[in-house]
Design a protein around this ligand. Structure first.
Ligand code: SAM
Length: 320
């Protein structure tokens, strides 16, 4: 793994007692701190709708070092030979050849992997890293509904979709739960849920100040509503992916356990070249369905990325 660059102020960052207690039980807290209190590695995804990976590498490799992300062939960690960090200012960015996307955020789109014939819903889509990734896999065919509840986040979503040259995408703005009454059904659905973001402390250390168990419980209610809506409007035989950048069991395995209790959903294995940690099967008073072992849980220290949680879900039906 690449060298880590600790925050200069890492020793003055404070943790709530309950956070330390929780994280010491869930993982190796010292390792977690080492990677969460260090600068994130910048990564890009090549937009194959506009340029091939080889051509893009040729354009950048004089000044930048690109290191392959093992689980996404269009993904690369990127560092400048003389220390430049402003990838967003590159001509290649303005031209829509690349999307600046954290390496672990490339996983959900890769796992869902819609193809040209699919009708897809991206229920919580802004600012569009995963929407644009999926549209590229679909080669601008089929149809993607990219939804978000926040008007202010829809502008960057629209801009990113335009910049990446996407033409198979419709934007909607409403709570994802309202899709329940839309009368539409989908072949594939991504629920990249709003979450506490505890996997992203390396990007937003302020998350630590906002963190509290009551907030996690409130978020889990929203997440349950979103995942259940998505399951209801998934076609039989359809696939959905539920993901968060949180490492809290209530937002991750807890939500999946809840879905398994109330539906006929089946979990599928996730086969990716990535270091993973054991999913949580027991937490506080809860014992989760052992099927949650099929979920992908990664901590920041596993791959020197943000922490992430991804589940691949099948709705049994006529195509199976
Ligand atoms: N998928 C996005 C990407 O890859 O760029 C990131 C999505 S972010 C983790 C979660 C998103 O959920 C936020 O943009 C937030 O505005 C949206 N959101 C929050 N509550 C929602 C709801 N009830 N329905 C739909 N979207 C919601």
């Amino acid at each position: 793994m690449a060298d880590i660059e600790p925050f200069p102020n890492k020793d003055s960052i404070e943790f709530k007692d309950k956070f330390v207690e929780r994280y010491s039980k869930l993982t190796d807290f010292e390792e977690w701190k080492k990677y969460s209190l260090a600068f994130p590695r910048k990564a890009i995804r090549v937009n194959t709708l506009k340029i091939s990976v080889e051509e893009l590498k040729k354009r950048l490799e004089e000044n930048w070092v690109l290191e392959q992300v093992p689980w996404c062939k269009e993904g690369f960690w990127i560092t400048h030979k003389e220390g430049r960090r402003d990838i967003g200012n590159l001509k290649e960015h303005a031209l829509g050849y690349i999307y600046v996307q954290e390496a672990s955020s490339m996983i959900p789109g890769k796992v869902l992997f819609p193809d040209a014939g699919d009708k897809v819903l991206d229920m919580c889509a802004a600012p569009g890293s995963k929407t644009t990734q999926m549209c590229a896999y679909m080669e601008n065919k089929g149809l993607v509904f990219a939804n978000d509840v926040e008007g202010i986040r829809l502008a960057p979503l629209g801009i990113n979709i335009q910049r990446m040259g996407i033409t198979n995408c419709v934007l909607t703005i409403m709570p994802g739960q309202r899709y329940a009454k839309s009368g539409m059904v989908f072949d594939k659905i991504l629920v990249d849920a709003p979450c506490s973001g505890t996997g992203t402390v390396n990007k937003s250390p302020g998350t630590l100040k906002m963190w509290n168990p009551a907030m996690i419980k409130r978020l889990a209610i929203v997440q349950r509503n979103l995942i259940k809506t998505a399951y209801d409007i998934l076609k039989p035989g359809g696939i959905m992916v539920y993901s968060t950048c949180s490492n809290e069991p209530e937002e991750d395995e807890g939500v999946i356990d809840w879905l398994l209790k109330g539906t006929d959903a089946k979990l599928l294995d996730i086969d990716l070249d990535i270091k993973r940690s054991d999913p949580i099967v027991e937490f506080e008073d809860e014992k989760y369905n052992p099927e949650v072992r099929k979920c992908l849980r990664i901590w920041p220290q596993d791959n020197h990325t943000e922490g992430f949680f991804v589940t691949k879900i099948l709705k049994p039906g006529k195509n199976n």
